[in-house]
Design a protein around this ligand. Structure first.
Ligand code: NDP
Length: 309
């Protein structure tokens, strides 16, 4: 499908299957890893977790499992919640120097006594597979080769697959965080979209959203974007992950929803990502893709074109 076809029939949005996209991406990653092994290179990802946050522990375990499943090396570093900044920085210095490590990820949020900016910016930018280092942010903003934040990268890969050429489309990104909203807007600008970034101070958000051929919601407010804010035929990417009560499933039960009211938006959009099963699965797959990209660069191997932008 091409960008000009976005004004499709109402009531028949395609569901963008992030799980299937992520599976396809992981298969390409595994193929690259196998080819790199023939050159004597095995990409390695080091994940650093400080503290015992249960959600972070689940993410880290899942990242390690998928890293190994794609044929890469996984190095886990679990540190106690009272780890000092000096000890954490010393670990990162060791990982920066370790030839077996091509990607370093420090799981956020960090405990309050640690300066996240300082910690992230101590990672070698060549190994910054989360794309949060100020150098990678600057490279992305100036249109140069960067390691790009995983969630927006996943969104862009899905949008390209879904729409083909994005040039000239109106894109609205709701949310301006450093990890999702801003890099997402930069990526869409790179694709020659006309980009609007909306946020909590935006006036008449509904009208802004209704102008979008591509609507990306990255807010963190359950179902805040109703179907009548969606332009008929638009492509909707819902980044939000919100847990809400689900009394219909039984007392005390909860369920995950996005920032978009899926039930009403699906009737208007041309294509839409569900929550769960949309953007979420692509995020870890893009982390692995970034690790392969980083390892390729570090060893002077060809850029894996189908894994990056
Ligand atoms: P942040 O809290 O850092 O940013 C939220 C943004 O939404 C801010 O820019 C804020 O504006 C804006 N905002 C808040 N309220 C409104 C409003 N009423 N109208 C318009 N804009 C508003 O969140 P993140 O970017 O980190 O995450 C956003 C969502 O994406 C969360 O649900 C998070 O869980 C999810 N997420 C999902 C990932 C995945 O893998 N699928 C990965 C990362 C995040 P302002 O700047 O003015 O305050």
């Amino acid at each position: 499908m091409t960008g000009s076809d976005t004004a499709g029939a109402q009531g028949a949005a395609r569901i963008i299957d992030g799980k299937a996209f992520a599976e396809g991406l992981r298969a390409r990653i595994s193929a690259h890893v196998a080819r790199m092994a023939e050159q004597g290179v095995t990409p390695g990802l080091a994940v650093v977790l400080v503290g015992e946050d249960p959600a972070s522990q689940v993410y880290v375990a899942s990242k390690a499992k998928q890293t190994v499943a794609c044929g890469m090396k996984s190095f886990e570093h679990r540190l106690s919640a009272d780890t000092s900044e000096a000890d954490l920085l010393a670990l990162i210095e060791r990982l920066n120097a370790d030839p077996e490590v091509h990607g370093i990820l420090v799981q956020l949020p960090l405990p309050g006594h640690l300066n996240s900016d300082l910690v992230i910016n101590s990672i070698d930018p060549a190994k910054d597979v989360d794309g949060f280092h100020i150098s990678n942010v600057g490279l992305l903003a100036t249109g140069q080769d960067a390691l790009v934040s995983c969630t927006p990268l996943g969104c862009l890969l899905m949008l390209r697959e879904e729409l083909g050429n994005l040039s000239g489309l109106n894109a609205v990104v709701v949310g301006r965080s450093n990890i999702v909203g801003k890099p997402m807007a930069q990526l869409l600008l790179r694709e020659s979209c006309t980009v609007t970034i909306a946020h909590s101070r935006t006036k008449d958000l509904g009208a802004v959203c209704r102008g979008a051929d591509i609507l990306v919601a990255a807010v963190g407010r359950p179902q805040m974007i109703p179907g009548d804010w969606v332009k008929p035929g638009a492509t909707v990417i819902d980044v939000g992950i919100n847990r809400i009560d689900a009394p219909e499933k039984g007392e005390g039960k909860t369920r995950l929803v996005g920032d978009v009211d899926f039930d009403s938006a699906v009737k208007v959009a041309g294509a839409i990502t569900p929550v769960p099963g949309g953007v979420g699965p692509m995020t870890i797959a893009c982390l692995l893709a970034n690790t392969v990209t980083a390892a390729s660069r570090i060893h002077g191997l060809p850029k894996p074109e189908d894994l990056s932008i």
